[in-house]
Design a binder for this molecule. Structure first.
Ligand code: TYD
Length: 208
């Protein structure tokens, strides 16, 4: 099973992906935890270019292709081999991030976005996606509290992040069986419980 976590910056998905992986390991489920951008050696170089505010920002089409390159490498060398070996894959961001950030955020047509995704993933989609949803203002507050250096996307401005959030919610309507919207305004424990209930019920045999 391939599970992705999605949401705007500051939604808490990295914490929640880690907690799900921990719970799966305690249940003796073989699982790898990986992420985009940057889940491979090539990807770590691309991540620096994509997120570094000191770098000259790539043009929008170049940005799409850099995310596609990161994802192509990741799918071929990490995700597919793990799935083939019978491992579960939990991935922090996947194709929906490109749909939401480059499609809705940067306002690039769905046709161009889907072409880039097809090239990168060869049609691989997660079996289950957790969309951690919360208002942009709350996410910004959480990012400020975190105090880590702000990257290029985080600095993109409120309007951009409102479009990205709305984009993710539109995707959840478009893919209702794959994407589960999780209310991320709640405490980390409550969010984890909601995620665990869905994930455990989907396993065969179900853990719940
Ligand atoms: P992420 O690693 O989740 O950020 P953080 O280090 O804050 O946890 O993602 C980095 C940024 O890249 C995030 O702002 C979303 C953006 N992004 C895209 O714009 N398109 C994509 O396809 C992906 C995977 C990420």
């Amino acid at each position: 099973m391939f599970i992705s976590f999605e949401g705007i910056d500051g939604c808490g998905k990295t914490t929640q992906a880690k907690r799900l992986v921990g719970a799966l390991r305690r249940a003796a489920v073989p699982v790898i935890h990986t992420y985009e951008p940057g889940g491979t050696r090539l990807g770590r170089h691309l991540r620096q270019v994509l997120l570094d505010t000191r770098e000259t920002a790539p043009t929008i089409r170049a940005e799409i292709l850099l995310f596609a390159a990161d994802r192509a490498e990741h799918v071929e060398t990490v995700i597919r081999p793990a799935l083939t070996a019978g491992q579960m894959v939990v991935c922090d961001r996947f194709a929906d991030s490109t749909r939401a950030y480059q499609g809705y955020g940067r306002q690039i047509s769905a046709e161009v976005i889907e072409q880039s995704l097809q090239l990168a993933t060869q049609g691989l989609e997660p079996d289950l996606t957790f969309l951690l949803d919360l208002p942009v203002e709350m996410a910004v507050q959480r990012l400020r509290q975190r105090g880590s250096p702000v990257h290029r996307f985080e600095a993109a401005g409120l309007e951009f992040h409102h479009r990205v959030r709305a984009g993710f919610l539109a995707l959840a309507e478009q893919y209702p069986t794959r994407i589960r919207v999780i209310d991320a305004t709640r405490s980390p424990n409550d969010v984890h419980t909601a995620i665990w209930q869905v994930a455990a019920a989907r396993l065969t045999p179900p853990l719940l």
